[in-house]
Design a binder for this molecule. Structure first.
Ligand SMILES: Nc1ncnc2c1ncn2[C@@H]1O[C@H](COP(=O)(O)OP(=O)(O)OP(=O)(O)O)[C@@H](O)[C@H]1O
Length: 735
């Protein structure tokens, strides 16, 4: 019996169970007293209300016991015969009262899935994978009726214990393709109760947002199902998520995210408590690893290693950290020239069998929407070439890095179902050719003409800083997202963008990979992306999970050459179609933009003057210098304007703002529509207005989706042709 009987009132409930399958033939007479029986502690089922700590410290059961009644002189007595269990019994032999032998709560679900959850009739398309019943229930509760193609192809292989390199289009469910096998394994091999969780899976992701998203996504599958909470709480909202986390039972599988920009102490505390799955960005993980020897040791004994968006990881400035972390995962049994850094505790092999099991069964998953065919071939080849030697120098390309992965599998399965040319079937692409200096106006036109959730990619942070205030002055809900923002602000802006139906996210390529934002209607490339992969991933933020999506590329004359090269590298032989634009409207919008720019530069000037004046004063004070009265008066003239001057500035600003307000109040009429009589143009619009069919911000234009306004694409000179493979047949999500 466990617990301290002195400190708490306690009793032990016991139930005897002879078990129907016990054969008389293997009866071994062992008359014993009640306390001498092989009692086994069992979980206190929450359904019965016995799972609290009050009163009952432990519930025990005993099996293979025969109860015999004997008539004696003193009356009828009960005797117990212990039957010897059959040799092939699957139950572990347990010693009574041993804490170590008590399975964790997760094991309660470790029963025949078809008994707990009728997956055959409720989830027929998932049934064949024989996954843990808890996972099937979550899939069912979320309405994930059918595995996506990448899931259907990789799950059987991954569940079979093999390594997988998976390449599939953006938004096609790759997270669960690697996540479900990991969760299945952990749920099916529950840790012993009161033993600390041991790290079993490490998932590396290139950006903080992606790492947090992956951990959120998998956490949904790791928690005890609370259908009410699932309905009530929008899990995509950070605040709601925090609230929910406070209210729920401990997870069946503990998944933690370790990313930069958030409290390192808090993340260390979580690690100290023990986690099963760690999702991390390489930079922060390496920082922690340099001080946390125990974590380094656990990483050297992982059961699963995942590289999500592997190809991005080498670009994100994480190369050295990635390389170091991968070295930790290399097993000692490998005949390798790379000496993994000595993991703390290497000498402490007291875990014995547990270590051996982990060492021998590391499974590696590498997933991305863009892994070149050459790389995939090289990956395979490297394992066949016995002579391949890993150099101890730092890896320098993705090829190098992947070749360093410690694939246990002599022939890792490579599943490539990425679409030809990188275009997702539900995505419509378009472009606008215009001068660089006109891009703001065309962007503004597009955002007004096609309201919705638009994600605009810019190649520089300065560009985002310049555009954000302009958009705000033009009454658009614009949120910036880039690496120089504080992490809290980054997440807040993402949440706001997700929660606003008609909003603009101005982002650098940190938002290009993996982010699963619901219902992004448009992706805009303000500049041509620097590579074909980035183009594919940026586009992948829309048209996800078989939803419709639209992308617009803004191409200046000096970018044409880059665009041609980009399309060629994707093996495309048709140009991207142009979208038709009402140029008269763009001209009108240019006037608004001009005013917005003037206001912004005026505001900027005032801010700068304040800043300079304060700096001068503070510096003089700090250095205990008395500034020359000439300088002071000059400075006062310039940056601390006199009342009259200030008034003048304020008046100037008020005039500009009033002008802009006036312009914005004027309806934007399309060409051919008279400003005086909206029925007299080439296309009278009065009827459309009455029927609500006209565009609310641009009179004279019918409401339409961006995809409806494409101009036929021109054919480009044929490139080297690709053999056309039949597309994967898939009828979409939930079918
Ligand atoms: N079997 C399924 N049925 C329905 N929806 C699914 C299924 N699997 C995943 N999803 C949903 O599809 C969306 C995209 O999944 P996920 O983010 O894993 O895509 P991805 O392939 O990793 O995309 P990217 O390459 O852009 O990172 C998510 O919202 C996810 O919940």
């Amino acid at each position: 019996m466990s617990g301290d009987p002195k400190s708490k009132p306690s009793f032990v409930k016991r139930k005897a169970n002879a078990g129907p399958s016990v054969s008389r033939k293997r009866l071994k007479m062992q008359p014993t007293s009640l306390d001498g029986l092989p009692w086994r502690a069992v979980r206190r089922p929450s359904e019965t209300g016995l799972d609290g700590d009050d009163g009952i410290l432990e519930l025990e059961e005993v099996e293979n016991v025969e109860v015999v009644y004997e008539d004696t002189e003193g009356g009828r007595v009960m005797k117990f015969n212990v039957l010897e269990p059959s040799k092939n019994t699957t139950k572990a032999t347990v010693s009574p009262g041993s804490e170590e032998d008590v399975p964790s709560p997760a094991s309660s679900e470790l029963l025949n899935p078809s008994v707990l959850f009728d997956s055959k009739s409720l989830l027929p398309n998932w049934h064949a994978f024989c996954m843990h019943s808890h996972l099937l229930q979550v899939l069912h509760s979320r309405g994930f009726a059918t595995p996506t193609p990448i899931q259907a192809k990789s799950l059987p292989i991954a569940l079979d214990g093999r390594d997988v390199v998976g390449v599939a289009e953006t938004g096609s469910g790759k997270t669960l393709a690697y996540g479900l096998p990991i969760l299945h394994r952990i749920l099916s091999h529950p840790r012993l109760q009161r033993t600390k969780r041991r790290l079993q899976a490490l998932i590396l992701a290139p950006t903080r947002e992606l790492a947090l998203q992956v951990s959120d996504h998998l956490n949904v599958f790791a928690r005890v199902i609370d259908t009410k909470a699932e309905q009530d709480v929008d899990l995509r909202n950070t605040e709601a998520k925090e609230k929910q986390h406070k209210n729920i039972a401990p997870p069946l599988v503990s998944i933690a995210a370790i990313v930069g920009g958030m409290s390192a102490q808090k993340q260390r505390r979580i690690l100290d408590r023990g986690v099963d799955v760690l999702v991390a960005t390489p930079g922060r993980l390496w920082d922690i690893l340099e001080e946390d020897e125990e974590l380094a040791r656990q990483i050297s004994q992982l059961r699963f290693l995942v590289l999500d968006e592997a190809d991005r990881m080498v670009e994100a400035g994480h190369f050295a950290e990635m390389d170091n972390i991968l070295r930790l995962t290399i097993r000692k049994s490998q005949e390798d020239e790379i000496e993994p850094p000595e993991a703390p505790g290497d000498s402490l092999d007291h875990k014995g069998a547990e270590n051996t099991e982990a060492v021998d069964t590391l499974q590696t998953f590498v997933f991305s929407a863009t892994l070149s065919k050459d790389l995939q071939k090289n990956l395979k080849r490297s394992y066949r070439q016995k002579g391949y030697k890993k150099s101890s120098k730092l890896a320098s390309t993705l090829d190098d890095l992947l070749l360093r992965l410690d694939f246990r599998d002599p022939d890792p399965a490579v599943i490539d179902i990425s679409p030809e040319g990188g275009v997702v079937s539900t995505l419509k692409e378009s472009k606008i050719e215009c001068l660089s200096t006109d891009k703001d106006a065309y962007l503004y036109y597009f955002l007004l003409r096609y309201p919705g959730r638009s994600l605009v990619f810019l190649s520089s942070i300065d560009g985002i800083r310049r555009l954000t205030p302009l958009m705000e002055l033009l009454n658009l809900k614009a949120f910036p997202l880039h690496s120089q923002m504080e992490q809290r602000q980054r997440l807040k802006n993402l949440d706001r963008f997700k929660a606003t139906a008609n909003a603009v996210l101005l982002a650098t390529d940190i938002a290009a990979r993996g982010l699963d934002i619901p219902a992004v209607d448009h992706v805009v490339h303000y500049q041509i992306p620097r590579s074909a992969d980035v183009f594919v991933h940026r586009n992948g933020r829309t048209a996800r999970a078989m939803q419709k999506g639209f992308s617009l590329l803004m191409c200046a004359p000096d970018e044409r050459r880059v665009l041609r090269a980009l399309l060629a590298s994707l093996g495309r032989n048709t140009d991207i179609p142009e979208i038709s634009v009402e140029l008269t409207l763009v001209d009108k919008l240019k006037n608004r933009l001009l005013l917005a720019r003037q206001i912004d530069s005026q505001q900027h000037k005032i801010k700068k003057q304040h800043h300079e004046r304060n700096w001068l004063k503070e510096t003089a004070e700090a250095m205990e210098i008395e500034l020359d009265s000439d300088i002071l008066s000059e400075s006062a003239d310039e940056s601390n304007p006199s009342k009259a001057r200030k008034k003048n500035n304020d008046a100037k600003m008020a005039v500009l703002k009033a002008k802009l307000k006036g312009l914005m109040a004027q309806p934007l009429l399309s060409r051919g529509v008279s400003t005086r009589y909206i029925t007299s143009g080439s296309r009278p619009i009065a009827d459309d207005i009455i029927s609500g069919d006209v565009h609310e911000t641009m009179l004279g234009l019918r409401k339409s989706e961006a995809g409806d306004d494409l101009v036929a694409a021109t054919k480009r000179k044929p490139m080297h042709k690709k053999v056309h493979e039949e597309p994967e047949e898939w009828n979409g999500f939930g079918s």
